[in-house]
Design a protein. Structure first.
Length: 233
């Protein structure tokens, strides 16, 4: 029996002994390599320059915060990786982050929002993450149940950055144009239309920033989801 046939026989024997199927044997280094390539493709299409920074912070900063995101997720209808993705976009997982407009913490809450969700110290990591998750959940619940889950998440994400009233108006415009107001793709097109018709330069920037915000959070969320599968292997 040559080495190739011996290896195949041993592999089949192992499967038989453990009661596994052939799919389990495929979970090897090649599978991990494929997932790493998937991450490369995701970033290559959107933000190749930011990939190294994100992956570095994912390994260095995220482990210390992961339990906070998981705890906050149990108190909402969200997965912890989504909260982590939003937090990275907001603060790059820096609890002491402060923006030019005065918003602070991991989830970059304003003073008004912090009060609304019962947060007293925005730079406290736990308070910030729980406060951000509560605020996101409240926005999510304002959208009708008729919207598919994923589309609703992206609309809520835009509302988290821009404000719910703008998403309400964008859905109204979408419906008026005989498009689907429950589709994030169609609603995002309506937001782009609003930006083109807007006279206020600051509002144009805010709307475009919200559209870019959603794309970036989607990228981080998908990367974290792929990374979870790599860790399983």
């Amino acid at each position: 029996m040559n080495k190739v046939r011996l290896f195949s026989f041993c592999g089949l024997l192992l499967v038989a002994l453990l009661g596994l199927d052939n799919s389990a044997v495929s979970l090897n280094a090649n599978s991990t390599s494929y997932l790493e390539e998937e991450i490369e493709i995701l970033w290559g299409e959107q933000d190749p320059a930011g990939q190294e920074i994100f992956l570095s912070r994912m390994h260095q900063r995220l482990p210390e915060l992961e339990e906070l995101f998981k705890e906050a997720a149990t108190q909402s209808d969200l997965h912890w990786t989504l909260l982590a993705a939003i937090s990275y976009q907001e603060s790059h997982w820096d609890p002491k982050a402060i923006s030019k407009t005065g918003v602070r913490g991991l989830m970059m809450l304003t003073q008004t929002t912090a009060k609304e969700v019962g947060i007293s110290k925005r730079t406290d990591p736990k308070q910030s993450v729980i406060g951000g998750s509560i605020y996101f959940q409240r926005l999510l619940e304002q959208f009708p149940d008729s919207i598919p889950r994923q589309d609703k998440l992206w609309m809520t994400m835009a509302a988290y950055n821009l404000g719910f009233s703008y998403l309400k108006e964008a859905r109204k415009i979408t419906r008026a144009n005989n498009k689907n107001p429950n589709s994030w793709k169609e609603v995002s097109n309506a937001l782009s239309l609003m930006a083109r018709k807007e006279q206020d330069k600051i509002m144009i920037e805010r709307i475009n920033e919200a559209l870019d915000y959603v794309q970036k959070v989607q990228l981080y969320y998908r990367t974290l989801s792929v990374n979870k599968r790599i860790l399983v292997f």
